[in-house]
Design a protein. Structure first.
Length: 58
């Protein structure tokens, strides 16, 4: 499941993937410039989630 999500993010240009030709295989992922542009949106979603949880805490 994780590999599928990573592949989708890579296809969408949100992350980049680098595969090293070593044994055992090594793969590194980085957030792309496009992915970094999502940071303000993600931060606002986090604020909303915190606010929502505070209002609906039991």
């Amino acid at each position: 499941m994780l590999s599928l999500q990573l592949k989708e993010l890579e296809n969408d240009g949100i992350i980049t993937k680098k595969i090293y030709p070593v044994i055992p295989p090594k793969t590194e992922y980085q957030v792309s410039e496009l992915g970094k542009s999502l940071e303000p949106v993600i931060n606002e979603m986090e604020k909303w989630g915190i606010s929502y949880n505070e209002r609906n805490a039991k």
